[in-house]
Write a protein that binds this ligand. Sequence first.
Ligand code: DAT
Ligand code: MG
Length: 139
Amino acid sequence: MTERTLILVKPDGVKRGLAGEILRRIEAKGYTLVAVHLRTATEDVLARHYAEHVGKPFYEPLVEFMMSGPSLAVIAEGDRVIEGFRALAGPTDPTTAPPGTIRGDLGRQWPTTVLQNLVHGSDSSASAEFEIGVWFPSL
Ligand code: DAT
Ligand code: MG
């Protein structure tokens, strides 16, 4: 089923010059780029985007990290792209993410209190729809 997902190249990925490499992998897999927008997230955007994590010990450092520079927000479209991009990204912890994945090939544990793991991808059709509204209110 063709669907859309919200992908972020987080500030660590943009700072390291990996936005192009990550977009390349999305396109090489056969997904279509629908929208891309480079922007620094505000506290309000992040409170909505990460609503499920409010109150967790890593929430404050996560928000600080996410506001530390621009992220590349992407809407990608394709057959089962929500699940497919999560597979391309690999599991949350970049140290143990398998080689072949974005996090496994390009990420590692940085000497900070928060995981800097290069990308975000929506985890369900409900969260994709919600997150696309958060990052692209006009679409
Ligand atoms: P994912 O990004 O794989 O969907 P998540 O939704 O559970 O993971 O968490 C959102 C982000 O929060 C994650 O990309 C990095 C950060 N994070 C999650 N768990 C963490 C932890 N135990 N310590 C530090 N940061 C964490
Ligand atoms: Mg998540």
